[in-house]
Ligand binder design. Structure first.
Ligand code: DOR
Ligand code: ZN
Length: 346
């Protein structure tokens, strides 16, 4: 197979940042995807519908000429989020979820939730109104090993949460373990998961053997090979509970090359090509369209895109860097050759 035509895909988990960084990051995503779920972990975080509306306007204004990219906004859940805010969010029509960051779990999560039980009233309102909860699924306890934090979260936080809120729609974001894939597969239809390209392509050896690779450092961190295989199984299974969410998370080269480097892989420039490469490893390119272009829209209750895009088998090397405001940014797999390339829109 030398060419693959798909319904235009959407990215169901994306960081676009703000200001000059938004302007630098957005064109990469807008070139590939029709829509994206926009993460709210700005400084300060997007905690209200008014903030989300203003951020949405800034994203629309930053689109390249001719782009019809649609940002799907989210709110950042805090201990103080009120049910009235959830009603405003649903009424807005442009807020498509609320993001749970356990406080301290990752980049800009300091204002996140200290104990999810503080949010039960808000979660009940979300369940009533059908607004999905998007979860960064890691515990933050200092005594839990970083490689175990997702599995412990599922057992200690997510399973009880699903029981306390039996109609709440939940997306477990960027899953990284066999435990997460199993939990989602065995769960009810109201539970789904996104999977990043880096977690399908790499295990933790790639991050740490032969030298530390800061551009493969993200959270949740890459895991053992057995987990990567479980994620590939899930993504290529045709099960609509698993869909594309890049978690493309831009940080400048200097922020990554640091004594305390930031977490995040900048996958936006070649996102779809990276997924195609992963699916090809399983001889499952025929399953890519469902994962990339159908199941996410179906879960969020949105129409699938009408437009189509084409991937062509063509070796190309990712640039070493891209401009990033007055700095540069290193893409995932900088300088390496990929076998698929996005071509023409039909
Ligand atoms: O690696 C990550 N980067 N994981 C996250 O959860 C946040 C993200 C970011 O915003 O940089
Ligand atoms: Zn993220």
């Amino acid at each position: 197979m030398d060419s693959l035509t798909l319904t235009r895909p959407d990215d169901w988990h994306l960081h676009l940042r703000d200001g000059v960084h938004l302007a630098a990051a957005l064109p990469h995503t807008a070139r590939q995807f029709a829509r994206a779920i926009i993460m709210p972990n700005l400084k300060p975080p997007v905690t209200s519908t008014a903030d989300a509306g203003a951020y949405r306007e800034r994203i629309l204004a930053a689109r390249p000429a001719g782009s019809d990219f649609t940002p799907l906004m989210t709110l950042y859940l805090t201990d103080d989020t009120r049910p009235e805010e959830i009603r405003r969010a649903v009424d807005s029509g442009f807020v498509h979820g609320v993001k749970l960051y356990p406080a301290g779990a990752t980049t800009n999560s300091a204002s996140g939730v200290t104990d999810i039980r503080h949010c039960d009233e808000v979660l009940a309102t979300m369940a009533e109104l059908g607004l999905p909860l998007q979860i960064h699924g890691e515990v933050t306890d200092a005594d839990i090993d970083i490689f175990d934090r997702e599995a412990v979260f599922i057992e200690q936080v997510l399973a009880p949460l699903m029981q306390r809120h039996p109609t709440l729609r939940v997306v477990l974001e960027h899953i990284t373990t066999r435990e997460a894939a199993d939990f989602v597969r065995q769960g009810p239809a109201r539970l789904a998961a996104t999977i990043t390209p880096q977690h399908l392509l790499f295990d933790r050896n790639r991050l740490l053997v032969g030298g530390i690779r800061p551009h493969l450092y993200c959270l949740p961190i890459l895991k053992r090979e057995v987990h990567r295989q479980a994620l590939l199984d899930a993504a290529t299974s045709g099960d609509p509970k698993f869909f594309l969410g890049t978690d493309s998370a831009p940080h400048s080269q200097s922020a990554k090359h640091s004594d305390c480097g930031c977490a995040g892989c900048f996958s936006a420039p070649a996102a779809l090509e990276l997924y195609a490469w992963a699916f090809e490893q399983r001889d499952a390119l025929d399953r890519l369209e469902g994962f990339a272009s159908h199941y996410g829209a179906d879960f969020y209750g949105l129409l699938r895109n009408a437009e189509r895009i084409t991937l062509q088998r063509q070796d190309w090397a990712l640039p070493a860097t891209y401009p990033y405001a007055d700095e540069v940014i290193v893409p995932l797999l900088a300088g390496e050759t990929l076998p698929w390339r996005l071509a023409l829109s039909e």
